[in-house]
Write a protein that binds this ligand. Structure first.
Ligand SMILES: CSCCC(=O)C(=O)COP(=O)(O)O
Ligand SMILES: [Mg+2]
Length: 238
């Protein structure tokens, strides 16, 4: 089907890193903050039930390895592993509360998301970062609290982002039809998985991040370009 003959997009599912926020914010600000704070969290909150749950999960995935050593190995590898992502979300909460962390989204993101939500599109997040981390990012942007534009937040509890089943899980949870949903990500393997589950896709290619365009998905440099390409309302246009 050509774009003109396809049904309208009713829902947009968005990746975060490289799609709505620069890769540099995640790798140069969030990740170093977490690396520094995690030893303290494990030491001072060892009895916290949420911390205990994640430490038990680390032990299940890496039996016999000290939890902090395993977390460091995962951070070194930028592994998208649920217990690491959950614990990172816990330490970032303090950074946002202190005002040390503030999320500077790409400048095209806030106007587009506000415009799409106001026009009745259902917006949801799908990131390897935990739901807690996602709500923190969008709750503490340089442009204020944007979290209310989203009707859903999905993380690795749905499965990995390169696995088509994860998108089926999200569709089931959100009660969306695959063909109504547009998935935006900078990573072709994620888009491939979403397309396999029947979602529509668009690769966000941010020059600032040096994203390499693939050949199998439509490409856009900004969310305004996405709007133009998929017939969504455009911010700033009556
Ligand atoms: C939710 S903010 C932190 C993002 C993060 O931890 C990460 O690993 C990036 O994941 P994404 O799926 O958004 O590329
Ligand atoms: Mg990404």
């Amino acid at each position: 089907m050509t774009q003109a003959t396809q049904p309208p997009v009713r829902a947009v599912l968005l990746d975060i890193e490289g799609t709505t926020i620069p890769v540099s914010f995640v790798h140069d600000t969030l990740f170093p903050y977490a690396r520094k704070a995690l030893p303290g969290l494990l030491r001072t909150h060892a009895d916290d039930p949420d911390v205990r749950t994640q430490v038990a999960e680390i032990a299940r995935l890496a039996p016999g390895v000290p939890p902090l050593r395993q977390l460091e190995a995962w951070m070194d590898a930028d592994a998208k592993v649920a217990p690491l992502k959950a614990l990172q979300g816990m330490v970032w909460a303090q950074g946002y509360a202190d005002g040390v962390l503030k999320a500077a989204l790409y400048p095209d993101v806030t106007p587009a998301l506000r415009c799409w939500a106001a026009a009745g599109l259902a917006l949801a997040v799908y990131s390897s970062g935990s739901v807690t981390a996602q709500k923190l990012i969008y709750g503490h942007t340089t442009e204020g609290d944007l979290s209310s534009v989203f009707v859903g937040f999905y993380d690795l509890q749905m499965g990995g982002k390169r696995d088509a089943r994860s998108y089926v899980n999200i569709l089931q949870d959100a009660q969306w039809q695959a063909g109504d949903v547009l998935f935006l990500s900078d990573v072709v393997a994620e888009l491939d998985a979403a397309a396999q589950a029947g979602l529509r896709t668009c690769q966000i290619v941010r020059p600032q991040d040096g994203t390499q365009p693939g050949t199998t998905h439509p490409v856009a440099a900004t969310l305004d370009e996405v709007a133009e390409r998929f017939g969504l309302p455009r911010a700033g246009q009556a």
